[in-house]
Design a protein around this ligand. Structure first.
Ligand code: SF4
Length: 239
């Protein structure tokens, strides 16, 4: 079933709500204080607001990160944009036909995603990339609403253990038995016809990339697997 105009409007409304949100004082203060902290971006006009999700509202694939980076998405105003993570991810998305560009520099560039939607569990950049349990909980409602609006969703790709664990909580809420479910690079789960397939990948963070914990070829293999999962979901729906 395709997503209608009403749902697309709802996405715009939801993103507007996210941008206006001020519920977590610690995060709002931190985001607003990042401008001028990095020499290389000293002339940039930081976004500094909660960062909404981005992509194709008809997507079959949802990519989930943890939170915006202080000098990445918090600066540019778009998820996975303007930092190493964004660059790594976009290269892979482009290679697999999910985007019209291999670059993601700023929210005003011409990047268009095809069949993929990208979000973060927490919408505001946290100090040391670590939201508190309370902040996870406060922001979770936005993530849930995003998933509800992706009517064609087949596969959820979680980047990193935190994104995986928070997504796992959501599956539990849906009534799925998540006992023993563990994050692992390339580890995937199938919960039957009613639910999207789930797969984990190491996050393309600067640290993981520099230490080669995650290489381009490893990320490439994740997307090959994701494509297989999208096809297998299609088949299981028709059996
Ligand atoms: S983290 Fe989420 S809930 Fe907290 S202020 Fe940002 S958008 Fe609002």
């Amino acid at each position: 079933m395709g997503i209608g105009g009403e749902e697309i409007m709802s996405f715009a409304k939801l993103n507007e709500e996210i941008i206006q949100c001020k519920k977590c004082h610690r995060l709002r203060n931190w985001c607003e204080r990042q401008q001028g902290e990095r020499k290389e971006f000293k002339n940039d006009d930081y976004w500094s607001l909660p960062v909404p999700s981005f992509g194709d509202p008809n997507a079959q694939l949802l990519i989930v990160g943890l939170a915006p980076a202080a000098h990445g998405a918090n600066r540019t105003g778009r998820v996975f944009t303007g930092d190493t993570s964004g660059s790594y991810l976009l290269n892979a998305l482009y290679d697999h036909g999910f985007s019209n560009s291999f670059q993601s520099k700023h929210r005003n560039d011409q990047l268009k995603l095809n069949n993929v939607y990208i979000t973060n569990i927490v919408k505001c950049a946290p100090p040391q990339n670590k939201p508190t349990a309370k902040e996870f909980q406060t922001c979770r409602g936005f993530f849930e609403r995003e998933i509800q609006q992706l009517k064609n969703l087949k596969v959820i790709l979680c980047l990193g253990g935190d994104a995986f664990n928070q997504t796992k909580r959501l599956f539990k809420q849906w009534g799925v038995n998540v006992t023993g479910l563990k994050f692992g690079h390339g580890v995937s789960y199938d919960f039957g016809n009613k639910f999207p397939l789930l797969i984990g990948s190491y996050h393309p963070s600067k640290y993981n990339v520099q230490t080669k914990r995650l290489t381009r070829s490893m990320l490439n293999n994740i997307f090959l697997e994701v494509k297989k999962m999208m096809n297998s979901y299609q088949k299981k729906k028709h059996t």
